[in-house]
Design a protein around this ligand. Structure first.
Ligand SMILES: Nc1ncnc2c1ncn2[C@@H]1O[C@H](COP(=O)(O)OP(=O)(O)OP(=O)(O)O)[C@@H](O)[C@H]1O
Ligand SMILES: Cc1ncc(COP(=O)(O)O)c(N)n1
Length: 270
């Protein structure tokens, strides 16, 4: 069985972060492992507390994972401080990690800030150059490119600027900000649009975490980047279309829709 690792924060309400990543990885047919960067106390209405892991304890988790069950892909989500980012970069270099998907989590759907300002510089200088693919939403792509994004053409320009600077592929997500479900993948000097059907579902807590984990799962299974994005879009559309409605705020998706539908994803792969 192929294996994937998520390095991210725990979401006590289960819709985003480590919990969304593990549910997504299982549903996409890989063995899931986790290195937790922080505990968050949150629900669908907001984040009330964050307790960071120490860099030493994060390093210890990564040592235990990489020296035993080697991950075929790594997804990186919420990492709130530069010391934690430095630890991740050092360990991923040490163990020669492959298929690294970086979701540059900055602000939660509920509005809470999930990264310190000084950590954004560390993210840029240390993690982005290691990424196979980076998955910013529009506000994150604006921060990383330094340009305002108002049109689909701006998405292409910003993704190209980020990709050329950090030498990685960039999936700029239209998401709820710009053109709904259409995402732009820039890689190797060229780009491709992934058109998604907009699903009228207000419950989008954890969509970014879910998409990046689904891409990592498919890379772990040996699919190329374009195919992995295509398959990940199909998975997130299914999870949104399942129309789960929980909580008082922007609720979680139904990550298990495929398993509940008699293992449809697993059947497709056989
Ligand atoms: N209503 C929708 N219908 C279909 N696909 C959607 C919808 N909203 C978002 N998506 C898709 O979900 C994925 C995540 O995009 P989004 O822009 O929501 O990420 P994000 O802003 O990082 O998410 P998060 O809510 O976790 O911060 C993208 O592939 C996007 O196209
Ligand atoms: C631990 C953690 N990681 C990431 C997110 C972002 O997800 P969203 O923007 O959908 O709230 C989150 N809320 N919590």
């Amino acid at each position: 069985m192929r294996t994937a690792l998520t390095i991210a924060g725990s979401d006590s309400s289960g819709g985003a972060g480590i919990q969304a990543d593990i549910k997504t990885m299982i549903s996409n047919g890989v063995y899931a492992m986790s290195a937790i960067t922080a505990l968050t106390a949150q629900n669908t209405t907001g984040v009330t507390g964050i307790m960071e892991a120490t860099p030493e304890f994060l390093a210890e988790q990564l040592d235990n994972i990489f020296t035993d069950i080697y991950p075929d892909a790594v997804k990186i989500g919420m990492v709130s401080s530069s010391a934690l980012i430095e630890t991740i970069a050092k360990k991923l270099h040490q163990y020669d990690a492959k298929n690294i998907v970086v979701d540059p989590v900055m602000v939660a759907t509920s509005g809470a800030k999930l990264i310190n300002d000084e950590a954004i510089d560390a993210l840029k200088s240390q993690l982005l150059p290691m990424a196979t693919v980076l998955t910013p939403n529009i506000p994150e792509a604006e921060v990383l490119s330094g340009m305002k994004i108002e049109t689909a053409d701006d998405m292409i320009k910003a993704a190209a600027a980020i990709g050329e600077k950090y030498h990685c592929a960039v999936l700029c997500k239209g998401g709820h900000q710009l053109n709904d479900a259409n995402d732009l993948l820039w890689r190797d000097g060229g780009y491709k649009w992934f058109q998604g059907k907009r699903i009228n579902n207000p419950n989008t807590h954890g969509t970014g975490c879910t998409l990046s984990s689904a891409i990592a799962s498919n890379l772990a299974k040996g699919f190329d980047l374009d195919t992995s994005v295509e398959r990940a879009k199909k998975y997130i559309s299914g999870a949104l279309a399942a129309m789960l409605d929980l909580g008082k705020g922007s609720g979680p998706m139904n990550h298990g829709f495929a398993i509940q539908n008699e293992f449809t994803l697993a059947k497709e792969d056989n």
